[in-house]
Write a protein that binds this ligand. Structure first.
Ligand code: ABN
Length: 185
């Protein structure tokens, strides 16, 4: 009889110990799983600093790649783009002064005055639209120096200059120097 009691004693002890061990392991696993599920929902919305990625992607006012030195002809802050409103043809298969293949220069254009930092002179720059292809969508620049509100039609540059061409579909804008401003210092 005594050995039966000691057997039952030992049996109950072993079961209790195993149960205690399994319970704590299971609760640890449950806790870890909850943590994983919770982090899957919360981590993507935490505020990460993405400024370095934005610079690498060329996020300085629209056109072109990030640059440390002087702006190039695919950057909105390149001097001759001082009054542009549109996509730079230099990013669309053309150049700063030539329309991409398959597009045609507009018959009318907007003329702005931009200072060339290399010689300090003011130049007249014709912003001619290239027409006949769908909008390029790259390097959009809206610098607008000298632009006036839309109700002053002659001095407003937010205009589709392809309107007088056979195809009025706008593709991109070139910036052609057409003269030096008189009395420029
Ligand atoms: N001159 C560029 C442009 C084209 C279409 C509409 C607005 C401006």
């Amino acid at each position: 009889m005594k050995s039966l009691f000691s057997f039952l004693d030992g049996f109950a002890e072993r079961r209790s110990r195993r149960l205690a061990q399994q319970t704590s392991r299971r609760s640890l696993l449950v806790g870890l799983s909850k943590l994983m599920v919770a982090s899957a929902f919360t981590l993507p919305v935490l505020p990460f600093d993405r400024t370095s990625q934005a610079h690498a992607a060329g996020g300085h006012g629209g056109g072109g790649a990030a640059h440390k030195g002087a702006p190039t002809d695919t950057d909105c802050d390149y001097w001759r783009y001082c009054s542009v409103d549109g996509f730079l043809c230099s990013c669309c298969g053309g150049s700063a002064t030539t329309c991409p293949p398959g597009s045609t220069a507009s018959k009318v254009a907007w003329v702005g005055t931009c200072r060339n930092p290399a010689d300090g002179k003011d130049y007249l720059v014709s912003y001619t639209d290239c027409c006949g292809r769908t909008p390029c969508g790259r390097c959009f620049c809206n610098t607008n120096h000298g632009d006036r509100p839309g109700y002053r039609l002659g001095v407003h540059n937010d205009v589709n200059w392809c309107m007088a061409n056979d195809s009025s579909v706008y593709h991109c804008t070139v910036s052609v120097i057409v003269g030096v401003a008189e009395g420029a210092s």
